[in-house]
Design a protein around this ligand. Structure first.
Ligand SMILES: NC(=O)c1ccc[n+]([C@@H]2O[C@H](COP(=O)([O-])OP(=O)(O)OC[C@H]3O[C@@H](n4cnc5c(N)ncnc54)[C@H](O)[C@@H]3O)[C@@H](O)[C@H]2O)c1
Length: 422
């Protein structure tokens, strides 16, 4: 695909799959300032740690072709600054994002700080006329999530949430197949994310007080662990597949294995219910990795496993019948002509089909992150968001936080009306 058709494919895919597009109370957007088509998109990265550095590398890989450049970085941790400068040596360095927002000709920032820091820099940037690409999940609290949405709609500046599956060709094509009815009626979605490690990062031996700063994912002051860091991706995908939002969530979670002082669960299980009766069953743990990660969308005519790029028809294609003599030999081997058994078992176990399905896309070469960054730069240049994209990120984050509330309270949780954008 050339650049132009890839872009229009992505946009169509997103529009077709967006949760809702009706205008509502917050939807009062004026288009932000656009740039000339030739102008370089100048980006600052707040929090160039592990993910931020990865995004910088991706931008560097298309810097000339897409005319985008990381011109500034902001961090409060010297090793992160040093590493980021090895990737973008000419970038201006800031230690407070507010000074970065004053930089002349800065068009956009990427927010890749720990979760509890997302909202402040995002809202301040939007209020300063700067577009934002903010990593998922949006925020640690529902209030912060809503404040980010409010700033986006009030200012008209772009807020792009880092859900790269929305730009991954196998998810886009898979969603087309789901929405075109190729799986029949979808009534169940299962997703899981399993790892087998303690999720800890090494803390410098001479600086043990950095534990909470470096391992922020493990503490409730900064993160909700498995829910915000992993589940948020698949919750967004389930809503996208259903083109609607859940009506309720129930869940349970525990620290069942890594009893090492962490405050977030290492084992969670939830059920999100949709109005049409669909159940989305999600679980995540970090003490067994056999099943890895997957999203299985199941209808009466087929199943898609989106992460592994496979589509399975409910009735596998039957192989052509072998010729007469071959069939006779097979029948003998299969015991078709054997004695009729007396007292055999009254049922056969319903084992999973061994049919391996078909690929959804022929070449599965990207996870969508680069495509999402390019789409963000296009949006900044045009001064227009990709339709439906923000809503995907917003409701993905809201239902992630509501899932955590279900785990914490043991209650069935519904979405408060004041969180609705429409
Ligand atoms: N989309 C994805 O698949 C994906 C993958 C990994 C991480 N993420 C997200 O990216 C974000 C960062 O994750 P990470 O693994 O890179 O974390 P990290 O800890 O490696 O990096 C965070 C960086 O932010 C810096 N930082 C902390 N407070 C700051 C502040 N006040 N101002 C400026 N910099 C500050 C830290 O020093 C560090 O360099 C998280 O929101 C995470 O959920 C997304």
């Amino acid at each position: 695909m050339d650049n132009q058709s890839r872009r229009s494919f992505l946009k169509k895919g997103l529009i077709a799959g967006s949760v809702m597009l009706a205008p509502g109370t917050l939807l009062n957007m004026t288009n932000a300032q656009s740039l000339s088509q030739k102008e370089k998109v100048r980006i600052g990265v707040v929090g160039p740690g592990s993910r931020g550095a990865h995004l910088i590398r991706l931008i560097n890989s298309v810097r000339e072709k897409e005319n985008i450049e990381v011109v500034a970085i902001c961090d409060i941790y010297e090793p992160s600054i040093k590493h980021a400068l090895s990737l973008v040596p000419d970038a201006k360095v800031f230690r407070d994002y507010r000074s970065m927002l004053e930089m002349k000709d800065l068009h956009a920032i990427i927010v890749a700080t720990p979760l509890h820091e997302h909202a402040k820099s995002t809202v301040d940037a939007l209020n300063n006329g700067i577009h934002v690409f903010c990593e998922k999940a949006m925020a640690l609290t529902l209030d912060d999530t809503y404040a980010m949405a409010e700033a986006h709609f009030r200012t008209g500046n772009i807020l792009h949430i880092g859900h790269q599956r929305l730009f991954d060709p196998k998810f886009l094509k898979g969603m087309n197949r789901i929405h075109n009815g190729d799986l029949g009626i979808v009534t169940q979605i299962r997703a899981y994310w399993h790892r087998n490690n303690n999720w800890r990062r090494p803390v410098p031996a001479d600086n043990p007080e950095l534990e909470r700063f470096i391992n922020w994912r493990l503490y409730r002051e900064y993160s909700l662990g498995l829910m915000t860091e992993l589940a948020s991706h698949h919750i967004q995908v389930a809503n996208w597949a259903k083109k609607s939002l859940p009506v309720a969530v129930r869940g349970a979670g525990s620290i069942s294995y890594w009893k090492d002082g962490r405050e977030v669960e290492d084992n969670v299980a939830l059920i999100y219910s949709y109005a049409d009766g669909t159940q989305f069953i999600y679980d995540s743990m970090i003490q067994n990795k056999k099943y890895g990660l997957e999203v299985q969308v199941m209808g009466d005519k087929g199943t898609i496993e989106l992460e592994s790029n496979r589509l399975f028809k409910e009735e596998p294609p039957t192989p052509p019948k072998p010729a007469g003599i071959v069939q006779l030999i097979q029948n003998i081997n299969e015991g078709v002509f054997g004695a009729v058994s007396i007292g055999s078992s009254s049922w056969d176990a319903e084992l999973a089909s061994t049919y391996t399905g078909d690929p959804v896309v022929a070449n599965d070469t990207t996870d969508g992150t680069l495509e999402q960054l390019i789409a963000f730069a296009d949006s900044v240049r045009e001064g227009k968001p990709v339709p439906g994209l923000f809503e995907q990120g917003y409701y993905g984050s809201v239902w992630t936080l509501l899932g955590q509330e279900a785990i914490d309270t043991g209650k069935v949780i519904t979405m408060p009306e004041n969180l609705s954008l429409f």
